[in-house]
Design a protein around this ligand. Structure first.
Ligand SMILES: Nc1ncnc2c1ncn2[C@@H]1O[C@H](COP(=O)(O)OP(=O)(O)OP(=O)(O)O)[C@@H](O)[C@H]1O
Ligand SMILES: [Mg+2]
Length: 437
């Protein structure tokens, strides 16, 4: 590298790595050195120097460097009394600028020309396909779909997308990856692009999550209304039945059947208390929060499951939990959440693990949350089940009502907390309940 070239690199690096507002004009001494150099050579030197500076930098910084470098070049040429349009290569450079922007976008982008050949693909799209960009440019979509280097799963979804979007001309389509991410694929056709076809892929997992949460809330509000109506309809006849049974009790006692009356009354009371419990938790009431010791209420819940665990031969392990850890909650409601989750865990391990079944309950302070986790080594669940878990009445069990988790979700939400689930089929599931500290 000549001294002039080195000085150029240094000045450019100085300029592009500066804060935008402090960009210095090129030094007149330096521009003088280049007065006899052709624009084409300066542009080439600029290209090499920019690449050296941007090399190894994170994407967003590299994009800023390219952007600033163009400003430097225009200024520099103006100071050398040369026009940026004096050389055709400077136009190429400008085009490169836009290519750079597309390269660094967070969506995947691919452009096919009229004859169906890939003319542009950005890094994100190449990453999604699983091949380097160079191995894809110039090929037709059908070649890419036939390329054995592209993972089979990706080729299959490309074929599916092709049918949907090219054969049936649907302008956008959503796919879910093996890792549970949601991708929105859009195709823009001919007219707008002089016959080219633009395909873009955007990761919409976060939007989806927000959308699902909103949908979930709607459903829970409906559930609240339905349950209030059911309670009204069931409680009233129960009250009259109870009254009449009490009225008939002396008659039954005289017939030597007083235990029948007792059983009927007990069962009616039980039905009433189930309705009462259910309504209490599904009504969107504000929880009555009081500080409680975390380890103590977990222990209370465990006691209720002792016989269940024994019956299913699974082991429930608790802790170690900081004995001083407290959280302000509506104890009755949060106990119900924990019971629902532990009950599901017992059911999951009982079904698949038998005596190998393990359930572990932990609680930690992870600011700003008190986090309680329940992990089991049961069958886990697939992505579809995991996405519908908190839906009211969603169940995969023969005798399940599918209300346990939707009610739990509502309770924790009313506490200002959140429930997360991580699950892997055949390996197990972990539920985390986060409550504000
Ligand atoms: N620990 C777990 N392991 C595997 N699947 C689970 C687990 N917890 C929940 N599930 C899945 O989530 C579904 C919904 O659970 P939820 O507790 O809401 O209803 P349920 O258990 O089916 O019925 P119930 O109303 O009696 O609780 C279950 O049917 C099951 O498929
Ligand atoms: Mg359940």
């Amino acid at each position: 590298m000549s001294i002039a070239e080195e000085l150029y690199l240094e000045a450019l690096a100085d300029y592009v790595l500066q804060d935008h507002s402090q960009n210095k004009m090129p030094d007149p001494g330096l521009t003088e050195r280049f007065s006899s150099v052709s624009v084409t050579d300066i542009v080439e030197l600029h290209r090499v120097s920019t690449r050296r500076i941007a090399e190894g930098k994170p994407e967003d910084q590299a994009l800023r460097i390219y952007d600033a470098s163009l400003r430097f070049l225009t200024d520099f040429l103006a100071h050398c009394n040369k026009s940026v349009y004096a050389a055709p290569s400077s136009l190429v450079l400008l085009k490169n600028k836009y290519e750079n922007v597309l390269q660094h976008m967070d969506s995947g982008i691919a452009l096919f020309n009229e004859s169906g050949r890939l003319t542009f693909i950005n890094m994100n799209m190449a990453r999604l396909i699983g091949l380097p960009r160079k191995a894809l440019i110039g090929f037709r979509l059908i070649d890419v779909m036939r390329n054995r280097m592209v993972p089979r799963k990706i080729r299959k979804s490309m074929l599916h997308l092709y049918r949907e979007m090219v054969d049936y001309r649907t302008p956008y389509h959503e796919i879910t990856t093996g890792q549970g991410r949601h991708l929105l694929v859009t195709v823009t056709y001919e007219n707008e692009l002089d016959g080219d076809v633009l395909i873009s892929v955007k990761d919409v997992t976060e939007y989806k999550r927000i959308e699902q949460a909103a949908y979930q809330n709607d459903k829970l509000a409906i559930l609240g209304k339905i349950s209030a109506a059911i309670a009204h309809e069931i409680r009233n006849p129960l009250t009259s039945i109870r009254g009449f049974v009490q009225f008939l009790k002396p008659e039954l006692t005289r017939m030597g059947k007083h235990e029948y009356a007792d059983i009927i009354l007990d069962e009616i009371d039980r039905a009433n208390s189930i309705i009462h419990e259910f309504l209490n938790s599904s009504k969107p009431t504000a929880p009555l929060k009081k500080p409680v010791l975390v380890h103590a209420f977990i222990k209370d819940v465990m006691l209720l499951f002792e016989s269940d665990a024994l019956l299913h031969q699974c082991r429930i392990e608790v802790g170690p939990i900081d004995q001083t850890l407290t959280v302000a909650v509506d104890l009755k409601q949060v106990k119900q959440v924990l019971m629902n989750i532990v009950k599901n865990a017992v059911e999951a391990v009982a079904q698949s693990r038998g005596p190998e079944g393990r359930i572990q309950i932990l609680a930690v302070h992870e600011a700003p949350w008190i986090k309680i986790t329940v992990s089991d080594n049961g069958d886990g669940m697939d992505a579809d089940t995991a996405s519908r878990l908190f839906d009211p009445f969603f169940t995969t069990k023969e005798a399940g009502t599918g209300l346990g988790l939707s009610v739990s979700y509502r309770i924790i939400k009313n506490h200002g907390g959140k429930i997360d689930v991580r699950s892997r089929p055949a390996q197990g599931t972990t539920f985390s309940i986060c409550l504000p500290e």
